[in-house]
Design a protein around this ligand. Sequence first.
Ligand code: SF4
Length: 235
Amino acid sequence: MTTAQRHSPAQLRQLAQEAGRELEDAPALDVLRWAAETFGRRFCVTSSMEDAVVAHLASRVLPGVPVVFLDTGYHFPETIGTRDAVAAVMDVEVITLTPRQSVAEQDAEHGPKLHDRDPDLCCAMRKVAPLEEGLREFDAWATGLRRDESPTRADTPVVGWDERRRKVKVSPIARWTQEDVDSYVVEHGVLTNPLLSDGYASVGCAPCTRRVLEGEDARAGRWSGQGKSECGIHL
Ligand code: SF4
């Protein structure tokens, strides 16, 4: 798995287009197996540590798979605890990315609580930029995006081309439902963020995440009332 050849951006784009067609209806494990065989250690999983489902799936086909986590400095303690538990018990290599500025440094330059005044700028500095840098060593990355999470994710391809980063973007559970996730968690004893049992349906940074109400979609608790539904990583 570690000797997979490197690919040029043109080759990566072609691989993404072909696999996007061929793997659209494939089981998640088959999608990840293709990614592992094609990219080897130049393939990683990104995780918000809401749960470890995709990391678990990937570790079954690529033991020691890199799992990239963005530590924004604003996470709930439960999220950091989930990250640490994943690193301790799973056959993965957790890689924690941090922003260039600490929260204190950002406050000094931009004023406190930038997340309340300009969440797009805060996300750009604390999530988008660190991920750009962290993904440089990889040709392909996997996400836990699902089409049923929100209208903005309804067209998520199982395998697609990430033009902005010029990488293959794999969403092996794009076609899964919440019930599929819950079943997998129970069947395989997968680690989940304790906040999911405390009214949160989607877990992000503490200042920008609230519990969801009955009937709301899973991401309704993210940047609630701020006219924002994505951090910018998946746009
Ligand atoms: S989710 Fe909120 S706190 Fe986290 S980086 Fe984005 S704006 Fe900042």
